[in-house]
Design a protein. Structure first.
Length: 220
């Protein structure tokens, strides 16, 4: 499973990229607002830090304007994935971009039939929003499973990018169901490494090691 970070915070992206765990980045208008930065400038900086796909979302809702905005975003760097909403205009724009050889991330997906349309439109990524489905009393994981089955049935190459991830359990469950990518806030990526028994076990080992009085000398 690939890990993308869902943020436009340069300090967070830089810090996490150093772990070697960041395969890409997703942004959206709300995250750009939160960053307080100009979309072009901040996205250019992100693309220079992370070589993998960096999703930048169009703000237009009408086909022609979406195509114009998407092409402008794609000029930022070669690793841009143009993010379009799952509307008919977005799907039409997706087909245009895909035919031009550009990566497209179709976002705001809440049903398996929407995901089927995105794959048929040539999307590189489909973004089902797990957390937002959970928020309204549904189970976002059901959607991941449905999309996996449908894409496998027909051999679609579109990657399932599990989005709106809120917890490490979301990451585990999406991975169990075969999501290709999970995009998550920096806090969730950091939390993946945490376990109280790891902390407790390490504490005991360090205490016992100190009692041995030994040191391990560096090689060479
Ligand atoms: C994905 O690309 C979206 O930016 C993101 O995952 C949305 O998450 P949220 O529902 O927590 O805002």
């Amino acid at each position: 499973m690939q890990f993308f970070v869902d943020t436009a915070d340069i300090a967070e992206i830089t810090d996490l990229a150093a772990t070697g765990m960041v395969d890409g980045v997703t942004t959206n208008p709300s995250l750009i607002l939160k960053s307080g930065r100009d979309i072009i400038e901040v996205t250019r900086e992100i693309c220079a830090i992370v070589p993998g796909p960096v999703s930048a979302e169009v703000a237009a809702t009408e086909f022609e304007a979406m195509v114009a905005e998407g092409r402008a975003l794609a000029e930022i760097a070669d690793n841009i994935a143009i993010k379009v909403p799952l509307t008919w205009d977005g799907l039409k724009a997706c087909r245009v971009f895909a035919d031009e050889g550009r990566m497209v991330n179709v976002t705001l997906c809440f049903s398996a039939t929407q995901a089927l349309l995105a794959a048929k439109a040539g999307a590189a990524f489909i973004s089902p929003f797990i957390g937002r489905l959970d928020d309204i009393g549904l189970d976002g994981m059901d959607l991941i499973g449905e999309i996996r089955t449908i894409y496998d049935n027909y051999g679609f190459a579109t990657k399932i990018l599990a989005a709106s991830i809120r917890t490490p359990n979301h990451v585990r469950d999406a991975a169990m169901l075969g999501a290709d990518v999970g995009t998550m806030p920096p806090s969730v990526l950091r939390a993946l490494a945490k376990h109280p028994l790891t902390d407790k076990g390490l504490e005991t080992f360090l205490a016992d090691w100190a009692k041995t009085g030994q040191t391990i000398k560096a090689a060479g």
